[in-house]
Design a binder for this molecule. Structure first.
Ligand code: NAP
Ligand code: ZN
Ligand code: ZN
Length: 352
């Protein structure tokens, strides 16, 4: 397999800062699209992976799965896009395409395992995949998305993970006009959840620990903000919500939020991976037929649906554009929840 050397930014160890390095990318096969990366969003999962929070990170690791760029080369069998078109890549670059999940456009649940955009196992080279903190990426056309051209390209990037991860549960649980939706945590995922739920016609409430974010939440489209540390405020929304999207990245008590679900309501976890503490009390669930669920990004067709919806409704992420050289500081700020509301890397800075 022919490969080329590409500039990137990544880390050699869980406790090492990200710095400039080079990686190999394959030359496009007949179904591949080669993209020059213009912008890449910074997801909390990038940080989890760089620092091996979930275990299993292979080093060097090059994060980044909110990718927007320009097509610079296509394989002979590619029909989706042509050289010069804008293109996007999210959290997956491959799956088996044959299993029950793949056939239902649920590639994220591929029974034979999806290939993550980074820290996945590349089917072609057998080595790990490298993400969007890089000059170029080569991806099978099935996993490349079309970008709505009326939107700010840099602000589109976060839709590829934060957008689809919150869109998918909103669609699965059939949120529409008049639905009562709550979002826990105002970060990258949380701010997209507010915008998308509002776009679908829902009444949206934010649960946040941070009173300083109230004004922003209302401007983003929330009707109400509940400060989760305030027991009286929590009581005021008991039994209210049809769907709660929980974006909190660390272990936390979900019992107080289950109490705010309406009968038949669902709390869907998209943030934290792992065991929850304290234990979940089933009594309020049984007494109200309430559910606690999880959700993982979204399929490729659903991602395109979300991008098209954002194009029609003029929805993009609120971003702070940074240089790749600022990525380590951005991670520290993300840990302090000091992001308003997504960092996006201007990949031109990789040439500096
Ligand atoms: P983020 O920008 O850091 O936002 C997380 C927000 O959660 C914070 O802004 C904060 O909001 C709240 N929060 C943080 N620490 C908390 C704590 N200890 N207790 C309660 N609330 C806390 O992160 P993100 O990029 O949105 O990602 C969120 C999580 O989703 C990450 O774990 C990421 O790995 C995961 N993720 C999952 C999927 C999936 O497919 N399921 C996809 C992408 C990301 P307030 O200040 O408002 O409280
Ligand atoms: Zn992500
Ligand atoms: Zn599959």
């Amino acid at each position: 397999m022919e490969t080329k050397i590409v500039k990137a930014f990544g880390t050699q160890a869980a406790d090492a800062p990200l710095k400039s390095l080079t990686i190999e990318r394959r030359e496009p096969t007949d179904k591949d699209i080669e993209i020059e990366i213009l912008y890449c969003g910074v997801c909390h999962s990038d940080l989890h992976t760089a620092r091996n929070d979930w275990g299993g990170t292979i080093y060097p690791a090059v994060p980044g799965h909110e990718i927007v760029g320009k097509v610079i080369k296509t394989g002979s069998a590619v029909t989706k896009l042509k050289v010069g078109d804008y293109a996007a890549v999210g959290c997956m670059v491959d799956s088996c395409r044959e299993c029950e999940s793949c056939k239902q456009d649920l590639e994220q649940f591929c029974i034979n395992g999806l290939t993550g955009t980074y820290n996945g196992k590349d089917k072609y080279s057998g080595t790990q995949t490298f993400g969007g903190y890089s000059e170029k990426i080569v991806v099978d056309e099935h996993f490349v998305l079309k970008v709505p051209l009326n939107l700010n390209l840099a602000a589109v990037a976060p839709l590829l993970c934060a957008g689809i991860t919150t869109w998918s549960p909103l669609r699965h649980w059939k949120v529409g006009k008049g639905s009562k939706v709550a979002v826990i945590g105002l970060g990258g995922l949380g701010h997209m959840a507010i915008k998308l739920a509002k776009g679908l016609g829902a009444e949206v409430t934010l649960f946040s620990r941070t009173p300083e974010k109230i004004k922003d939440a209302l401007e983003l489209g929330a009707q109400d903000v509940i400060i989760s540390k305030d027991a009286e405020q929590m009581k005021s929304v008991k039994g209210k919500f049809d769907l709660i999207i929980d974006t909190v990245p660390t272990i936390h008590d979900i019992n107080p939020y289950v109490a705010t679900l309406h009968i038949n309501g669902t709390l869907v976890l998209v943030g934290y991976l792992g065991g929850l503490e304290p234990i979940l009390n089933t009594v309020p669930m049984i007494m109200g037929r309430k559910s606690v669920a999880g959700s993982l990004i979204g399929g490729i067709a659903e991602t395109q649906e979300m991008l098209d919806f954002c194009g029609e409704h003029n929805i993009v992420s609120d971003i702070e554009l940074i240089k790749i050289q600022d990525i380590n500081e951005a991670y520290e700020r993300m840990l302090k929840s000091d992001v308003h509301y997504r960092f996006v890397i201007d990949m031109a800075s990789l040439k500096d």
